[in-house]
Design a protein around this ligand. Structure first.
Ligand SMILES: [Zn+2]
Length: 177
């Protein structure tokens, strides 16, 4: 299947956010306002203002993460696509617990904004894996050969990726319980 699965991460509302892929940390401050909901980014601080409802600041942080992904990931996709000589097609960014990346039948490459919590070499690995699906829809031998050519450490990367969900804090995922 053209997708990478994720399992459970850590729990809690963040006072800092570290995006390993960007080697950057933001401090998060929270203020209550009965009618206002906003997130302002200034000098490495995310100032969240919201009503006293846990869902609102979490939604603001997830929105910030998705926007950050939309800003940061296309450049990495372009660089890897050029290196591999593969045209990526349309890109889309989501925050979803189920997978790191996927490629639809119509050729849209979806990447999880939570990838920003992982080391850059794992982000590149996920992107290269999905780029290889442009040529091969399944995980056939031909796919593995292409993957190995473009990501010689793919086996190590896959093993690390299986542990990597633990790097993603739980606030990133909408709670359904
Ligand atoms: Zn795949």
């Amino acid at each position: 299947m053209a997708e990478r699965k994720i399992s459970e991460g850590r729990r809690g509302l963040p006072t800092t956010i570290t995006l390993a892929a960007l080697k950057r940390t933001w401090h998060v401050t929270y203020a209550h306002d009965p009618v206002r909901a906003e997130l302002r980014e200034e000098d490495g601080t995310l100032a969240v203002t919201s009503p006293k409802n846990l869902d609102v600041p979490l939604a603001l942080l997830r929105q910030w993460l998705r926007e950050r992904a939309r800003r940061e990931l296309p450049g990495i996709v372009d660089a890897e696509a050029r290196r591999c000589g593969i045209v990526p097609g349309r890109l889309q960014f989501r925050i979803q617990k189920s997978r790191w990346g996927s490629r639809s039948a119509t050729g849209t490459l979806s990447l999880n904004g939570a990838l920003l919590f992982l080391d850059l070499d794992l982000v590149r690995h996920v992107i290269v894996h999905e780029l290889c699906h442009v040529r091969h829809r399944n995980h056939s031998t031909a796919f593995k050969v292409l993957l190995a050519r473009n990501d010689p450490k793919w086996m190590t990367h896959e093993a690390r990726l299986r542990q990597a969900a633990g790097e993603v804090p739980s606030w990133v995922w909408p709670q359904r319980d």
